[in-house]
Unconditional design. Structure first.
Ligand SMILES: CC(=O)NCC[C@H](N)C(=O)O
Length: 129
């Protein structure tokens, strides 16, 4: 069993900030459980274009409000606490925050460390040895 706290990982290599968001990655690929688990905060009043070509991501919004645009279909969804979205088709999408958002995110395959969006705007597929 692994028991870990947010305080333990804050300020460490598991605490990754990029652009308008900060991701505290409490489970990573090196934990060898097949997924990674993150708490992500996105700053208020921001427009964030995301695309995970190499990963499936599930996002469960805990705090905050805004909108989610599926850029593949043009469909826009309201985002509020309790809403989950599952990027099961590697959809290009845009998260627009009206307020500060805090969400819990699962990645499969797991993020292994400090991945941020590369020159193609996606997380590279990195495996653990
Ligand atoms: C949807 C979103 O918040 N993407 C940016 C960060 C990502 N969730 C991560 O935790 O690496």
């Amino acid at each position: 069993m692994i028991v870990r706290t947010t305080d333990e990982i804050t300020g460490t290599e598991r605490d990754v900030a990029a652009g308008n968001w900060r991701s505290k990655r409490i489970v990573l690929g090196g934990d060898r459980v097949g997924f990674s688990f993150h708490e992500t905060v996105i700053e208020p009043g921001t427009v964030n274009e995301f695309h995970y070509a190499n990963h499936v991501e599930a996002v469960w919004l805990v705090e905050g409000e805004g909108t989610l645009l599926d850029r593949e279909t043009g469909v826009e969804y309201p985002l509020a606490p309790g809403t989950m979205y599952l990027l099961d088709g590697h959809e290009r999408h845009t998260v627009t925050t009206r307020t500060r958002m805090r969400m819990l995110c699962v990645f499969n395959p797991p993020v292994v460390g400090t991945e941020v969006h590369d020159e193609n705007g996606v997380y590279p597929l990195v495996t653990v040895d």
